[in-house]
Design a protein around this ligand. Sequence first.
Ligand code: ATP
Ligand code: ZN
Length: 285
Amino acid sequence: MTTLRLAIQKSGRLSDASKGLLKECGINLQNGKNKLLAPAVNFPLEILYLRDDDIPQYVEDGIADIGILGENVVAESAKNIMVKQKLGFSKCRLSLAIAKSEEFTDLSWFQSKKIATSYPQILSDYLLKNNIQCEIHKISGSVEIAPSIGLADAVCDIVSSGSTLFSNGLKEVKVIMRSEAVLVANENMSIDKQAILNQFLFRIESVNRAKSSKYIILNAPNEKVKEISNLLPGMRSPTVVSLSEPGWSAIHSVVNEQKFWEVIDQLKSKGAEGILVVPIEKMIL
Ligand code: ATP
Ligand code: ZN
């Protein structure tokens, strides 16, 4: 029987979320401590644990069929692999940062400067596009200390809150790319493997769609049901059921969480009461 091989990060910032996604998709792994290859027990998938930087090469070579990693690593590796799906976690940006004390005007500040980074490929493409000549100094870890030890004038590094930069006396001055975890795939998969991948992608989409949606239940006076229903169109249309108290109904619907906050005041002003907002686990259209 055909099995799809998925490469995920062995340990690091992507590991827990990658394993969490499998769990949410109802895919259970065989427990085997320190194993590099673990089969799933209830889905034709096996998991290969790697360093994230190695995933693009393994997927390009077909040693792994698919992989989960950051878009930053996909771009840096410049391998022939396909990005199939954005996954919505491990969001970060790759930014240029300089000493807090420096005055930053525009990109020309970087002209002829020395920049330390673990992302020389992305950085040199960016500088070339913007007509800036720099010396790029490649280092693989602790990039943020480079300016303070005199190794570079600036850094190009991953930022999420900016607190690491700040505590190293740096400030972010330019975002070069935004990144999140993605699912990548080998470009020449067999039909059988593609079929398994499609099933897996279907589950991922159902899980991710559910995350941004909420199930909403509220009570409303009958004469307001129509107006309130228009605010909450739901998947097809809301469910309306009568309450045992005459003149009142309960409305059930599904809304995007963002949309819910936008319409909450209108719902209340139309007399909606007892509003419950409940998480959804899976959402199949
Ligand atoms: P490995 O040992 O596997 O090579 P690593 O040290 O290169 O790991 P991590 O620090 O675990 O990598 O980061 C993995 C990925 O998580 C990054 O490539 C990036 O996409 C994302 N990431 C990194 N830092 C953050 C952050 N602060 N917030 C959110 N996502 C991040
Ligand atoms: Zn890495």
